[in-house]
Design a protein around this ligand. Structure first.
Ligand code: NAD
Length: 295
């Protein structure tokens, strides 16, 4: 079975390499020819466009930045729909707006092409290790059929529900992470302004109910002022905007998500969009005229 792979960026490049390692034959496409060359060196075949990938493969994975890129790669000029045979399946592993997943899926279905949404969490290190968490929306039969393919890149692959559900799960993840980072920033700022050592406050509370994966991953980065990404603020803004779009499409209000999105936007306006999302603490430091940095 030949697998098409479109989008060989920070995530797609190591994910596609893991498929090659697992013994799959790959046909790849990206505008970035250096990334394509890396995969060709490992035995993958190069295609000139997404349409050409689709001519050669019945199963196509996409790993692209956001909804417009997925729409363009699937339905635009030179896109998958131009080259695909009926019966082809696209597994979109990008993190996009679930409303768009359903809309792109409906347009592809008119041409007999199926779409599953299967976004991931875990970031570059887990993409390299092949231990991503994948959350999948689409037909259950297709999920069962392609489970092993997805597991070649993952530590866990969970079926969530119909098309769009994978991205709903991913957005729920991104909302929880963003709001936790804001809470950690707020708490460390409170500590330092009231004369407590934020490191000792962190050590005192991390074993209790306030303890979390976010607290352990991000509080040390905040106190070291180490904002090397990790996960960039500009990508988190994209996800929170997608969460707000999906919420508004169903008359849902996300007041905390909207606030944290605007904090991240303010940081981006200040040139911090490429920082790790733990740099949210800089927003709090600015509005309270302080620093949580360990001296
Ligand atoms: P990236 O910007 O590094 O890579 C995207 C790649 O897609 C680029 O190589 C670009 O040239 C290519 N591309 C764009 N449009 C294309 C098109 N029409 N046809 C072919 N190629 C095209 O992005 P990334 O960090 O790999 O992220 C991909 C997705 O995974 C995003 O939705 C992101 O939110 C999500 N994600 C990223 C991380 C992370 O830590 N980077 C973690 C989890 C999920």
């Amino acid at each position: 079975m030949k697998i098409g792979f479109i989008g060989l960026g920070i995530m797609g490049c190591p994910m596609s390499k893991n498929l090659v390692k697992a013994g799959y034959e790959l046909v790849v496409f990206d505008f970035n020819k250096e990334k394509v060359a890396e995969l060709v060196a490992l035995g993958a075949e190069e295609a000139e466009s997404s349409a050409k990938v689709a001519e050669k493969c019945d199963v196509i994975i996409t790993m692209l930045p956001n909804s417009p890129h997925v729409r363009s790669a699937c339905l635009g000029a030179g896109g998958v729909a131009e080259g695909a045979k009926p019966g082809t399946i696209v597994i979109d592993m990008s993190s996009i707006d679930p409303v768009e997943s359903k809309s792109i899926g409906a347009a592809l279905a008119e041409k007999g092409i199926e779409l599953m949404d299967a976004p991931v969490s875990g970031g570059e290190p887990k993409a390299i290790d092949g231990t991503l968490s994948v959350m999948v929306g689409g037909n259950k039969e297709s999920f069962d059929k392609y489970y092993d393919l997805l597991m070649a890149m993952a530590g866990s692959v969970v079926y969530v529900g119909p098309l769009g559900s994978g991205n709903v799960a991913k957005l729920a993840n991104q909302v929880i992470v963003a709001l936790n980072i804001a809470a950690v920033s707020e708490a460390l700022t409170l500590a330092v302004k009231n004369g407590a050592d934020p490191e000792l406050v962190y050590q005192a509370i991390r074993g209790g109910l306030a303890g979390s994966t976010v607290l352990d991953a991000k509080a040390p980065m905040m106190m070291a002022h180490n904002f090397k990404p990790g996960f960039r603020i500009e990508l988190h803004i994209k996800d929170l905007n997608n969460a707000l779009n999906a919420a508004h499409a169903t008359d849902t209000s996300l007041p905390l998500t909207a606030s944290v999105m605007e904090m991240m936007q303010a940081l981006k306006n200040d040139g911090c969009g490429v920082n790790d999302h733990s740099a949210l603490v800089k927003y709090y430091e600015k509005i309270s005229n302080t620093s949580v940095e360990k001296k």
